[in-house]
Design a protein around this ligand. Sequence first.
Ligand code: TRH
Length: 368
Amino acid sequence: MVETPKNVKKRWDIFCKIVDNFGDIGICWRLAKQLNAEHGLQVRLWVDEWNIAQHLIPSLKNTTHVDGVTILNWHDAADFSQVADVVIEAFSCGLPEQYLSAIQAQKSKWINLEYLSAEPWVDDFHAKPSPQANGLTRHFYFPGFTEKTGGLLREYNTLTTNQLEHRISSNLKISLFCYPHAPIHELLTALKNNQKAVHVFVPTSSILQNVARFFRLATIKAGDVYTENNLTVEVLPFLSQQNYDALLRDCDLNFVRGEDSWIRAIWACKPFIWQPYLQTENTHMQKLKAFIDLFYDNSEQKEVLWKAHEYWAAEHALRYDAKIIWKNYLNVLPAIQSYTKTRAKLQAEQTDLATQLVSFCNKAVFTK
Ligand code: TRH
């Protein structure tokens, strides 16, 4: 655990509105645990959708104190009278009025944790203050890949667990987690005709219908295994975050989405295909391009990587030949494997997000 200086603000609150999916709560939950475990802070996590939170944190069914964090139900009648020294507003979710008045009186530190992007503008916006009408200053905190950003979520031993030697197995193992508009049918068709046997693990998510349709079935469920030619698909339950991370480490190629599984795919040090969360005006494609440019800057496979990602992430089907896209990609998988491992290790030299956030909150800029 990192030694905490005496003047450090020890009580932290994180407010999380679960928009949809699991990314928002997934990120807040990892951050909350790490702030407690590695920085000795007292952390309360406020969540508005208890049922969804329970899906990701199953122990919530029995207790509201999990892994050192107190989890509170954020609803209109909740008691907001006790406020923290540092308040993290996740993804501009807004804070309750009563809580806002209380933090004004106590002069708490107020941070807005933003979504992750590899776009260059993030460097200039990270850590900027935004004075509010109530006299408080809210700071923008941008996660990111460069030294000028707030870093990436990464626990102390994340990469040590992941640095096991890995050779691509003769039976190619793939994990599949994506949004349903991805060209899933075309991917499975290409894998079915792959020269080598392919085993695809599908944790239960919103794509089960797509997978069922591929096998001409009405439904499929966790535990089901289907084979067609060289392709075997195995449906898994929705895993714990820990088991999901382990699955990423164990596979030769991971399809990930959104924000949290994307970061974990990097720390798994394995080739991955990232599908960003759909945004208006194709913003997600700009985010994707920025990431490919930054992360695969020195990769000879950059063009193949971009084509596969572009094809996979587009909102509307592109007229690319899926067979060629995936053949080209899988042909260079060993090179992508070795590049990704090296690049992920380099990325891990950056100070992690929780550590940077803690020092940011104790810096002079905040001193009363
Ligand atoms: O669920 P997502 O699509 O979340 C998204 C993104 O965060 C996006 O940026 C945000 O705007 C939107 O939500 C509202 O994808 P993401 O971010 O990968 O989160 C999934 C979480 O679920 C992650 O913490 C990993 C976890 N997970 C499991 O714990 N078990 C599983 O079996 C699977 C498949 C995922």
